[in-house]
Design a protein around this ligand. Structure first.
Ligand code: C2O
Ligand code: CU
Ligand code: CU
Length: 498
């Protein structure tokens, strides 16, 4: 496992300003000074691909390069660009996706967080061959949310996502302004995908798919946000919306600001809460999203940090607030992203909304049944043989494309009890949203009290799942560990909903 001191604290040496700096829309107060970024690059947003009017969009899966460190172009995969993809903004209703695979390998492209029927879900049964193309409708009948798309190819998900096959989805009903929420893309509404990577001595991406990596998951030693290393986020000097996606293969984060300023949680995976919840720390596992409002109106720098070892357990911090990164580092924290408010930018919102119009976090129906899932780590050959040759499994069985593990009924609710030992696993279910009832008998953490599609399993998590959408046996939904190495190694099952 990585050592904390391997982490790069956003150092100037690694920033490649000239290459990475781009344009940021400027509004108002033209005479205010640009923030002093100390030679570091400004953090860029993914390009916005707005499909709310046209109802259609094209994704080109392609080879590319990205200059992460040392200004050396590293070979990557990207979507409509060299690394990662655009933010696809869709309105509720029907959209049409045209996914073209120009890569030399097959790719299945999944819409994580879209509650669409099994035929549209883009799981491992729907690979797009090298040079091929997938046209699908996306029937979106859900409230606004931050979702994402990423590769979901049988046995190849970890490598392909690591290489860059992922991007944000924004479901937008155009009413955020009425809700009193920042909604100016890339200005006061910021999309941040957090990943961890490793690089070789030439600055090229390194991925390792050894047995040990499969067991623990892949951990990098360098934090990359929106494909940049060492860049500075420049929010307006005011209330700013941060949409945080953990797009890492395996690493969980325990996020907080260096001055422990409040993060006002407004949305979890599947959409808005009913009112903002103030948090000073929150945990974010691979696949999870949160939206928070953070106040930068005092100006001055701030830094988003994470606790180390979040894949083991979450600790909180009560002591005095350190004043610099070295002191935080001594406490076991590392830097995710520095912020330097830009006085020339304005937030569209100057106060927190009292209320939001999220769906109440209550399950109206009673569960029709309870199912139990144990996430198994195969220790050696015996276990692997028992799990049908897989290193990992669920309830003693490795993933099998030919086997339907769960048959659920549309319109029903079920209680799922998921347990895991030795390690923390994020558990994701396609095509549904759920509520966390309890975790090892305790009420869920505050950041897990809204509607979700991914939940951290630390020993045991109990959730109530509502099946609103159908998936036939030939196009089943997946449920799996979102440590992508575990998923690829067999910690995944299939579910039909009829
Ligand atoms: Cu985010 Cu089945 O995946
Ligand atoms: Cu999914
Ligand atoms: Cu796992």
């Amino acid at each position: 496992m990585m050592k904390r001191r391997d982490f790069l604290f956003g150092s100037a040496a690694l920033a490649t300003g000239a290459v990475l700096a781009g344009k940021v829309p400027l509004v108002g107060m033209a005479r205010a000074a640009a923030p002093d970024l100390d030679g570091r690059a400004r953090l860029q947003m993914p390009p916005l691909l707005d499909a709310t009017q046209s109802g259609e969009f094209t994704l080109n899966l392609q080879e590319g390069t990205q200059r992460f460190v040392m200004n050396n172009p590293s070979p990557t995969f990207g979507i409509n660009q060299g690394y990662l993809g655009p933010t696809v903004r869709m309105a509720p209703g029907s959209s049409r996706a045209d996914v073209k695979n120009t890569l030399d390998e097959g790719v299945a492209m999944h819409w994580h967080g879209l509650l669409v029927p099994g035929e549209q879900d883009g799981g491992p049964h729907q690979p797009i061959a090298a040079g091929g193309r997938w046209n699908t409708d996306l029937d979106i009948n859900q409230l606004p949310a931050t979702a994402w798309y990423h590769a979901h190819t049988h046995g190849r998900t970890a490598q392909q996502v690591y290489n860059g096959l992922a991007g944000f989805i924004q479901i937008d009903d155009g009413r955020d302004h009425d809700r009193g929420l920042p909604s100016n893309y890339g200005v006061d509404d910021l999309f941040l995908v957090i990943q961890d990577k490793r690089f070789d001595e030439n600055g090229l991406l390194v991925f390792d798919s050894s047995m040990m990596t499969a067991m623990h998951g892949f951990f990098g030693n360098t934090i990359v946000v929106n494909g940049q290393v060492g860049a500075v986020c420049t929010p307006p000097k005011g209330l700013t919306r941060l949409r945080l996606l953990n797009g890492s293969n395996a690493r969980s984060y325990g996020l907080f600001f260096d001055d422990l300023r409040e993060m006002h949680l407004i949305a979890t995976d599947s959409g808005y809460l009913q009112k903002p919840t103030a948090l000073t720390q929150l945990r974010l596992a691979p696949g999870e999203r949160v939206e928070v409002l953070v106040d930068f109106s005092k100006g001055g720098p701030a830094r988003l940090l994470s606790w180390g070892d979040m894949n083991q357990s979450l600790k909180g911090y009560q002591g005095p607030i350190p004043t610099n990164i070295q002191e935080w580092s001594a406490l076991g924290a590392y830097s995710i992203l520095p912020f330097q408010p830009d006085e020339r930018l304005k937030s569209g919102v100057d106060r927190l909304p009292d209320e939001l119009d999220g769906e109440p976090a209550e399950m109206a129906q009673k569960p029709v049944r309870t199912r139990e899932f144990t996430l198994d780590m195969g220790m050696g050959m015996m276990m692997a043989r028992a799990m049908g040759g897989s290193m990992m499994g669920i309830n003693g069985k490795g993933f099998d494309m030919e086997r339907i593990d769960v048959e659920a009924k549309v319109g029903t609710v079920e209680r799922w009890i998921i347990s895991a030992h030795m390690q923390v696993h994020p558990f994701h279910i396609h095509g549904v949203k759920f509520l966390v009832e309890n975790q090892v008998g305790q009420p869920p953490r505050p950041e897990e009290r809204g509607w979700k599609d991914t939940v951290i399993v630390e020993e045991e998590s109990q959730v109530l799942v509502r099946f609103d959408h159908a998936a036939p046996k030939e196009r089943p939904y997946m449920y799996h560990c979102h440590i992508l190495e575990h998923e690829d190694a067999g910690m995944m099952g299939q579910m039909s909903v009829t």
